[in-house]
Design a binder for this molecule. Structure first.
Ligand code: CAA
Length: 380
């Protein structure tokens, strides 16, 4: 049976996230974007209300909620500040989730609990300067020496890289055997031999930090291996399948925000003696934005529900991410168009939507990679 009504708990999560975003995020959005300020205090509060480990059982420090609740919360946070929803999404659906799915009990005790409680922040490090979409073509190498691995190499595009405490790192443990030579590690950022690169000066999501990470003879204890040797690529791909649901829901939030802003502006702005919402050309834009935003949300909810039901969702999460990120970009662009010159200046917070939307078509797998994942499943 298909039922579009949310449970009382899900409605409460949605309302809590909406209130939190309006109270704690909205006032500083433009300043954090302009000055690239990390929302440290807000992330701490989100930890306190259970938003940093939403899908992790309470036993391991999380809120024990379903994926649908998570996407509802992400949509609300993203509708106000995409950058904060990125920090939240990476911690929840990459860092916490990978530890829950693949960690041993002692790894969960030591690393998952503080991440899920929001006491620590997690990052996920897969990409390298020469290996983005071609994720398995990495160079960072972990050499086994006694009870340790010695890690050398450079990673990049690490979301939360500067502010994180724990990094889920993917690197080679054997060269020349492709993706089967990749393993996953839990890295405590306090270890010696890790240097954080400069904070990237980004087009959008400027309040979240992104950086390079340099590993130079970094000694990682063997017990920090996540999963088995050679299992890393599978772990990375499976985890990204879930992560993409989070990115898709943040794109829905941004698209909805663009629609809301464009709708209210069009009812105020007058040209040729009437409100611009009375012109067919504006009505058509609003109708398209509303339809695509709802369609994107339905794809996100389908992927989330499949995941909650323990059914395959890899294709569906890629479909949700592909469609939602394209929708976010087109809604943001149309919102700027409806605002005209006012949309092109910073004051109205509309140009930021357009800059922020772009990243959703790039990170956690570009639109081109989502199409690759989808078409491979279609052609199976
Ligand atoms: N689940 C389980 N196993 C999987 C899998 C999945 N979803 N996807 C692939 N695998 C397995 C395959 O079965 C295969 O195993 P076998 O050799 O045993 O058959 C192995 O992994 C290799 O798979 P492929 O041959 O499909 O690998 P490929 O080289 O063709 O790459 C790809 C596939 C889909 C293009 C992949 O490289 C990919 O997703 N690229 C994009 C990477 C990406 O999303 N990066 C974002 C990083 S995170 C980020 O953005 C920053 C941040 O901080 C948020």
């Amino acid at each position: 049976m298909i039922n579009f009504s949310l449970t009382e708990e899900q409605l409460l999560v949605q309302e809590t996230a909406r209130n939190f975003a309006r109270t704690h995020l909205l006032p500083g959005v433009i300043e954090r974007d302009e000055k690239s300020l990390f929302p440290k205090e807000q992330i701490k509060l989100m930890g306190e209300i259970g938003f940093m480990g939403m899908m992790i059982p309470e036993k391991w420090g999380g809120a024990g909620m379903d994926t649908l609740s998570f996407v509802l919360a992400i949509e609300e946070i993203a509708a106000v500040e995409l950058a904060t929803s990125t920090i939240m999404s990476v911690n929840n659906s990459l860092a916490c989730q990978v530890l829950f799915d693949w960690g041993t009990d002692s790894q969960k005790e030591k690393y998952l609990k503080p991440l899920a409680r929001g006491l620590k922040l997690g990052a996920y490090s897969l990409s390298e300067p020469q290996s983005g979409s071609d994720a398995s073509n990495m160079n960072t190498f972990a050499e086994k020496k006694g009870n340790h691995f010695i890690i050398n190499g450079t990673k990049n595009w690490v979301t939360n890289g500067i502010n994180s405490d724990i990094i889920i790192l993917f690197c080679l443990t054997e060269k020349g055997i492709g993706s089967k030579g990749i393993s996953a590690f839990i890295i405590d950022k306090k270890l010696e031999g890790i240097t954080t690169g400069k904070k990237e000066d980004k087009l959008g999501i400027r309040a979240s930090d992104t950086c390079e990470l340099y590993f130079e003879n970094c000694m990682v204890p063997q017990e920090n291996l996540l999963g088995s040797i050679g299992e890393g690529f599978k772990i990375a791909m499976k985890t990204l399948g879930g992560g993409r649901i989070g990115i898709a829901s943040q794109a829905v939030g941004l698209s909805r925000s663009a629609l809301e802003k464009a709708t209210s502006y069009s009812k105020e702005r007058k040209q040729f003696g009437k409100k611009i919402s009375e012109f067919g050309s504006i009505q058509n834009k609003l109708a398209d934005m509303a339809t695509s935003t709802d369609a994107a949300r339905l794809l996100v909810w389908r992927a989330a529900i499949l995941k909650d039901q323990g059914l395959p969702y890899n294709k569906e999460s890629s479909m949700a991410k592909l469609f939602s990120s394209n929708t976010a970009m087109s809604s943001a662009t149309e919102c700027v168009q409806i605002y005209g010159g006012y949309g092109y200046i910073q004051e109205y917070g509309v140009e930021q939507l357009m800059r922020d939307a772009k990243i959703t078509q790039i990170y956690e797998g570009t639109s081109e990679i989502q199409r690759l994942v989808i078409s491979r499943e279609v052609l199976k």
